[in-house]
Design a binder for this molecule. Structure first.
Ligand code: RB5
Length: 142
């Protein structure tokens, strides 16, 4: 069974719950790094914990905040993280194929839950193409 790491701040808490339920229905194991209520909290702390776990385990993760932008800025500070803020399915597919994206960022206040779940499904199922794209990723890492 594939494992997916997930985290949100208060701005993404409701959408995170919908995504967790969906992933479990699809047979994924889900590890939730918080937050655990709609009480105001700080997205950089959640992004840090999830990013470190992605680097250590090689697993993929989903981060949700109000816009998806704060989480993507925070996660991309960590070497080895390629966090993609997606608001459409084309971008979700392309960022897996070309960027080997390892964290998907979503905005609860931007993207409705139906579209968000389509983005999640496509992002999780699309494979990295490698080849010239791996060369470019190596340039990012080095
Ligand atoms: C919280 O109000 C909001 O700023 C946060 O969820 C996120 O959108 C930041 O980028």
């Amino acid at each position: 069974m594939s494992k997916i790491l997930i985290g949100s701040d208060h701005g993404g808490f409701k959408l995170k719950g919908i995504i967790i339920n969906h992933l479990k229905e699809e047979g994924y194991e889900v590890q939730d790094f918080g937050c655990y209520s709609e009480e105001s909290c700080d997205y950089p702390q959640i992004a840090r914990a999830v990013s470190k776990a992605v680097i250590e385990t090689g697993e993929k993760a989903i981060l949700v905040c109000g816009t998806g932008i704060g989480m993507s800025i925070a996660a991309n500070r960590f070497k080895g993280i390629r966090a993609s803020h997606c608001t459409d399915t084309f971008t979700a597919r392309m960022t897996r194929m070309h960027n080997d994206s390892n964290i998907l960022c979503l905005g609860e206040r931007i993207t409705g839950s139906g579209l968000a779940l389509d983005i999640v499904d496509i992002w999780l199922k699309t494979e990295f193409e490698g080849g010239r794209h791996q060369r470019r990723i190596n340039m990012l890492e080095n």
